[in-house]
Design a protein around this ligand. Structure first.
Ligand SMILES: Cc1cc2nc3c(=O)[nH]c(=O)nc-3n(C[C@H](O)[C@H](O)[C@H](O)COP(=O)(O)O)c2cc1C
Length: 217
């Protein structure tokens, strides 16, 4: 395996918002191939309850973008009362740039040529932690694989969740059954420019615990 390429893909697949090419359609065959690849992800009990609703219809994209904006603005109100990170923290420093980028996507989401809503069969509202973990764990790895497969083909995507404040309204727009849970909304388009860089993250060492919580090497 060519580790340099694999590591580059894994470390530079960013959430793309400003660099989505809004003028270029994405071929359905490419999307189908990427979803096929994504379905190689693990799936609890081999249930394979995953679904991807691919939205290219302009009216439906606009309706979903409206829901997204409403959700985004709800969260923006909570951010206005302060960030959940300590002062000087890397994440606090990164926040303004991230927020500006997110606000850009908020304003342009309806223009993104493809929106994909990944879903999983089942509802989690009354489920315990084990069932929740099993259901989310049976769709989110596939979502990330989809982003990787897209990125390898020059297509960027932005993982979002803010429309889920109005999940049932989105279900009505897309005809998603009540027994199915939406887990995200990916904004998908060819990206402009050549490449992406690894992000600065909290050190892996601090986040790795050996044989018990708080024990670092
Ligand atoms: C579960 C989840 C929910 C997210 N929701 C949103 C969202 O609603 N809107 C948005 O613009 N970005 C959203 N993001 C993207 C994050 O803001 C992004 O991953 C983070 O800022 C780090 O950027 P990077 O992935 O490009 O390194 C979400 C990411 C995850 C994993």
């Amino acid at each position: 395996m060519d580790l340099a390429t694999v590591d580059h893909l894994l470390t530079t697949t960013r959430v793309v918002r400003r660099r989505l090419d809004l003028s270029r359609p994405v071929e359905p065959e490419v999307l189908e191939r990427c979803i096929e690849i994504a379905l190689q992800a693990p799936t609890g009990s081999n249930a394979q309850g995953w679904h991807f609703v691919v939205v290219t219809d302009a009216d439906k994209r606009a309706a979903l973008a409206d829901l997204y904006r409403r959700g985004f603005d709800l969260l923006a109100d909570t951010y206005a009362s302060g960030l959940p990170y300590p002062e000087g923290d890397l994440r606090a420093r990164q926040f303004p740039r991230m927020y500006e980028s997110a606000a850009h996507l908020r304003d342009h989401l309806q223009q993104v040529p493809v929106l994909i809503v990944p879903c999983i069969e089942g509802r989690f509202e009354t489920a315990g932690v084990a069932i929740q973990a099993s259901l989310y764990g049976s769709i989110l790895p596939a979502v990330w694989s989809l982003m990787l497969a897209l990125r390898a083909r020059g297509i960027g995507s932005a993982w979002t969740t803010d429309h889920l404040f109005f999940e049932s309204e989105a279900a009505n727009i897309l005809g998603i059954p009540e027994s199915v849970t939406q887990v995200a909304l990916l904004a998908v388009a060819y990206f402009t420019g050549q490449d992406f860089k690894p992000a600065q993250r909290l050190p892996a060492r601090e986040r790795t615990h050996w044989n018990g919580w708080g024990v670092h090497r």
